[in-house]
Write a protein that binds this ligand. Structure first.
Ligand code: FES
Length: 134
């Protein structure tokens, strides 16, 4: 199976002083939380990767589900203080993404934070660009 990744922005919800980040950001807290719970999750094939920014900074915290040949989902407004139930829901949703051939996640099947916070659903790049598209 192809690699599946949950990207987590570690710059989201940062505190800034004199142009420098201070303390632990909300994104770093969220990353730690997800890494910790991912160790107990049902699917070890889904990796969690920190990124510095996904250009959705005014909707922090931001995460993304991505895999080759699948839709890419970008989610914002994710609390760094997710409850255990919400974290479990997020991993359950990531598992559905893993198992769906195109990575489709119907609205009704997503947990609340991933229903309200969806910012983008980007299709996979076609294997071959049909003649006349360009
Ligand atoms: S700071 Fe998190 S998306 Fe830009």
């Amino acid at each position: 199976m192809t690699a599946h990744t949950i990207f987590v922005c570690t710059t989201c919800a940062s505190t800034w002083e004199n142009g420098k980040r201070v303390g632990e950001s909300g994104g770093e807290k969220l990353l730690k939380r997800l890494q910790q719970d991912n160790q107990n999750s049902q699917n070890q094939e889904i990796k969690i990767q920190a990124v510095e920014c996904m250009s959705a900074c005014n909707r922090s915290c931001v995460i993304c589900f991505a895999s080759k040949d699948k839709y890419t989902y970008l989610f914002g407004d994710i609390s760094p203080e997710l409850s255990s139930t919400q974290v479990a829901g997020l991993f359950e949703c990531a598992n559905k993404y893993y198992h769906h051939p195109q990575g489709l996640l119907p609205w009704a099947e997503r947990p609340d934070p991933l229903k309200k916070g969806v910012l983008a659903r980007i299709p996979a790049i076609p294997a071959a660009i049909p003649v006349g598209w360009v």
